[in-house]
Unconditional design. Structure first.
Length: 136
């Protein structure tokens, strides 16, 4: 698949700026892929949010978690990771802001699947997940 779709999961209270930068830079980077940002754009009632987000994740090839410093307390991110795993959508994380390999990760995201924000590393991770889960 030439243009994989990614659902970008992030802590809306702490990492909205990083999400905007990530989505924008992915379109302007020299990487051999394009990331479609299918994340929710506004807040809504919980049941409606869950139904809409689950449907969007199901239409994606991967879920990319932008891992910020306060990510472990973001309950929406935990739910999005669970939805992805329940639908066999591969998941990986990218450290943003002041987060690094010592930062707490949200439940369901493995440390060995979380990488630094480098477009070469992200391209490699996307290549890997395109052969996993529902993408096989």
């Amino acid at each position: 698949m030439a243009d994989p779709r990614a659902f970008i999961s992030f802590d809306i209270d702490h990492n909205a700026t990083e999400k905007t930068l990530f989505a924008g830079q992915s379109k302007n980077s020299n990487t051999p892929f394009s990331v479609e940002d299918w994340s929710a754009k506004s807040s809504m009632p919980q049941s409606e949010w869950e139904e809409i987000v689950e449907g969007k994740i199901n239409k994606c090839n991967m879920l990319i978690v932008l891992v910020g410093e306060y990510m472990a307390s973001a309950t929406g991110v935990f739910k999005e990771i669970k939805m992805a795993k329940d639908q066999d959508v591969p998941v990986f994380g990218v450290y943003v802001g002041d987060a690094d390999s010592k930062s707490n990760l949200p439940t369901g995201l493995a440390r060995n699947r979380t990488i630094a924000w480098s477009w070469d590393s992200i391209a490699s991770a996307i290549d890997q997940v395109m052969g996993e889960g529902k993408n096989e």
